[in-house]
Design a protein. Structure first.
Length: 341
């Protein structure tokens, strides 16, 4: 019985018979072996130890985590200090204590505020506006701010600027404040704009002006009534006097009284006019906002710190971690020398 081979076996047998060594095999082998050091065996695996760069990724990542933790702890402490300042005396810290002074707490004496009757619920709020702007060009921004202030019907009281810092003190109408704030914030962007608003009800000042005015009007009325009474009494006396001498004496006395009372009336009218002027100035003052804007130069590093979440130093360490790890991967060497025998 004839046994037929599979076609795979036939091809394998044919291929084995056709295998030939190149004519220059020995020459190539000698050239390759000549380049291998004598102290190395052909079957030995050469593995270089991992370099010291392996520690750099771990070190940089550890420093990044440390910076984040430290920044978080510092932020909590600053937040607690701000809470102390804002809540005032609920913490039991005395105004005269060193801690109170060191944290920059406000110097307003809250215990001696003027007591106003609750029945008078009028509000005469005096508003103060303060802002801090961060910019790359302080001088240019100051010039633009002055134009905006005057464009809102305000007045620039003082200004100054250099390459790094500047300020502007100004007054604007209170009813333009909201639009003014939006305009200023748009100049630099929300991240580089910080504002503080404070207001105080000047009702006590208004009440004092009103009391002074009321008292002046009362005194003026009394003086005018007294003058009218002097005139009536004088007329009555003239009609009752018979001789010329008595009439002359009465006229002299009357003129003296009238001159004195007229001087008092004139003085009281001047006082009343002054009080009315004070009242007008008071209302004009309440209708305006006293403002100040500080300008601070900002570096590119600080800008990056503002835009990036978390401290920028942590991002630097994270970047260093990635770079050092990539460097470690490319500098690690491990290879085998093949056996050519």
């Amino acid at each position: 019985m004839i046994k037929y081979k599979k076609i795979d076996d036939l091809f394998e047998s044919w291929g084995r018979d056709k295998v030939e060594v190149p004519l220059n095999n020995d020459i190539l082998k000698k050239e390759i072996l000549a380049k291998i050091p004598d102290d190395l065996s052909l079957n030995k695996k050469i593995s270089f130890k991992r370099n010291s760069y392996i520690w750099f990724p771990f070190a940089f990542s550890a420093m990044a985590v440390f910076v984040i933790l430290f920044n978080t702890f510092d932020y909590k402490n600053n937040t607690n200090v701000q809470d102390i300042i804002q809540t005032g005396y609920g913490t039991g810290i005395s105004q005269n204590s060193d801690m109170y002074k060191s944290i920059g707490a406000p110097s307003v004496d809250l215990y001696h505020r003027e007591e106003l009757p609750i029945t008078d619920n009028r509000e005469f709020l005096k508003v103060n506006y303060n802002a801090t702007l961060r910019t790359r060009n302080v001088i240019d921004l100051r010039n633009r701010l002055e134009i905006i202030i005057r464009g809102f019907g305000g007045r620039v009281d003082s200004s100054n600027s250099g390459e790094k810092n500047g300020y502007i003190n100004f007054v604007i109408p209170k009813d333009r404040l909201d639009a003014f704030k939006i305009e200023i914030e748009d100049l630099v962007g929300k991240k580089f704009y910080n504002e503080q608003l404070s207001s105080q009800n000047l009702l006590g000042d208004k009440q004092r002006i009103e009391e002074n005015q009321k008292q002046a009007e009362k005194n003026l009325g009394n003086l005018q009534a007294e003058r009218a009474q002097i005139i009536r009494e004088h007329n009555q006396n003239i009609s009752s006097y018979q001789n010329e001498v008595d009439i002359i004496n009465e006229n002299k006395s009357y003129q003296t009284k009238i001159n004195n009372i007229d001087l008092s009336i004139k003085s009281m009218q001047a006082s009343l006019k002054k009080i009315q002027s004070q009242d007008k100035n008071f209302l004009d003052n309440v209708a305006t906002v006293n403002g100040s804007i500080s300008l601070n130069w900002i570096s590119l590093w600080e800008m990056a710190d503002i835009y990036l979440p978390g401290p920028i130093l942590a991002w630097v360490f994270f970047l260093a971690t990635i770079v050092s790890f990539i460097w470690y991967r490319f500098t690690r060497v491990s290879y085998d020398i093949l056996d050519f025998s």
